[in-house]
Ligand binder design. Sequence first.
Ligand code: ADP
Ligand code: MG
Length: 719
Amino acid sequence: MHPNDALTKYFRLTPVQLSGLKKLGLLTVRQLLYHFPVRYDQGGMDSAITGLVAGASVTIFGTISKLDTRRSWKRRIPVGEAVITDSSGSIKIMWFHQPYLAKKFSEGQFVKAVGTVGGKGGKPYLANPHVEAADPVEAGLFSSPESSKLKAESSLFAVYPESRGVTSLWFRHALDKVFAANILDPMQDPIPAEIVKRYNLPPLANALLYIHKPDELKHAEAARKRFAFEEIFAIQIARARERAENDSQASFPMKDGDALAEKFLATIPFPPTVAQRRAIADILADFGKLHPMARLLEGDVGSGKTLVAAASAYAVVNSRPPNRTSGTLQVAYMAPTEILAAQHFQSFIEYFEHLPINIALMTGSGCKKFPSKVDRDGATDISRAQLLKWVAGGEIAMLVGTHALIQKSVKFQHLAYAIVDEQHRFGTKQRRALAHKGDAAPHFLSMTATPIPRTLSLTIYGDLDISLLDELPPGRAKITTEIVSPSSRASAYERVREQLKAGRQAFVICPRIEEPDPAKINALQAKSAKAEAQRLQKDVFPEYRIGLLHGGVKPQEKDRVMAQFAAHKIDILVATSVVEVGINVPNATVMLIEGAERFGLAQLHQLRGRIMRSSYRPYCFLLPDTKSDISLKRLRALAGTDDGFKLAEADLEARGAGDLFGRKQWGVSDLGMEALKNVKLIRAAREEAQALIAKDSTLSNYPALAARVESAGQELHGE
Ligand code: ADP
Ligand code: MG
């Protein structure tokens, strides 16, 4: 058996199991080995069969009988069945998808069964229990404290992320088979030996055994820590490599950036904040270097990132291309949605209208250019073909758009600066795709308002230098965030109505739904949002226009609804958390968040950022579904601070990183996320990765590591 072999080579799999494995991303033996348990069950207390209730974790001793295999008549699933009997009574055993287990035992044999009680009402059964032959004498001894300790140590059961047809029991059996085939011999440790030693990590072979079949929890813990390190290390290696690649490219160095930025700042009606000045200075210093900038600008909603982008872009559109006496360097600005692109196009026109340069907008639904030949103060629609020509000829100094900007057909003449707003991943490759072949690579600025803990940004943005806008411009109306108890719901609606009467608009955010199956989540969310919109229209706000937005809505429809909301053709927008990302409707000043405790603090903060876009006083009402003290305490923290990044750290402390956002959003596994609480581990992984890449940038001496980095990258992009 080889780690790269397909699982189908060694396991007889039903179609259901095959699709279950595929859903979990498990095709090879190696992937199976890297499918880690979510937790370990001890097996429950020794239990008597009579009185068992569904959901209980139990260990039962008794005789097994009525061994049988069949297909369940509704779903046609192969099932192994048996009955286990002790002195108090009997309970059925069901092994779904693993009928052959019923053939492993003989009628009347004495066994130990460990598992969870399933079934409804009066018909409990043991679902997929672990069953092994037991010694009745030994079983009798388990009442002494001595022996129950013995038992606890010898019966840790790995519990895995499951899918239809592949249960934790299936995984335990499959892994037994894999380990029995000496799989560990041909496996090379991706972590270099000196690093394994330096951090006292269990080597790969031990760690795989420890994580799947621990004798003691502390072994499992050591193994989990090692694999967390391995994952973060692999990500850091990939980032360090991207950075090295970036630093090997030539850029467009610009000399007079400082003076130009000063000139620009003199044209705006307010002084920049200290944080904005600092960020602008960081960027201009990078512009003076020989290799392209790779920088992240992190700043809360409303911290004024656009101004930083504009001041630095100003320096670029006022610089000549190398060895030219006319024309300017070019800037590309990429926004996450068409509406945002249009809004930024407008902002840049306002910032730059006094300059003799052309600014253009390119989205899926059309192109515009400013200034227009017919109307000196406005923008005109132009054809995409015409715009592409002008961009390629260098006549457009600044091009704003959506993803449409990085299509192959878009060629710039001298693209010197690419700015990307709220795009979580934008690798060197995509950046390079923007530049001409053989030409210098553009400076790159990524901007984000998504508050994440420092350790997470060090990991996922490991290839970028970071500038922080940790200060809001003065004079903002402070947000009022209130926790509303169920009995005050009606009065919260009245306060929303007051704002609507005053001409403002409102958001109603529907609760996040916990659903392990990602395929079902959108449908469930949509259903709850739809029902809430109908209820509000019928029972609460019949006199107002209500719109609906959820993850199942197609992008074009979504843009249409957002445009209607922006144009105040909708008064109340009922939505799932899809409204998080950067939409700007300054007239929306009230937000009501249902099931507020189900969101992360950082996410709630981002949501309420949607209503902090103007000088109107914003109100955020949190309607939790629970009275739990811990939940209410978390929500009070939200009411108490305006700093999103602080809230992200608090979230990480309180709930663990797995809860931070939708699981897969960052391309880091749950195990890797656990490691984010450990600043030391993150720093160590980062420093080791950088040192290694400095020494061997192609990993030519580390083939196992190169393969591991490759597969981490696939997970990252293959969603
Ligand atoms: P974000 O960081 O969320 O992208 P924006 O760039 O949209 O924030 O800025 C939010 C608002 O704050 C804009 O209306 C902008 O004109 C204003 N603004 C930016 N910087 C300052 C400043 N230094 N003083 C006052 N207002 C500012
Ligand atoms: Mg912005």
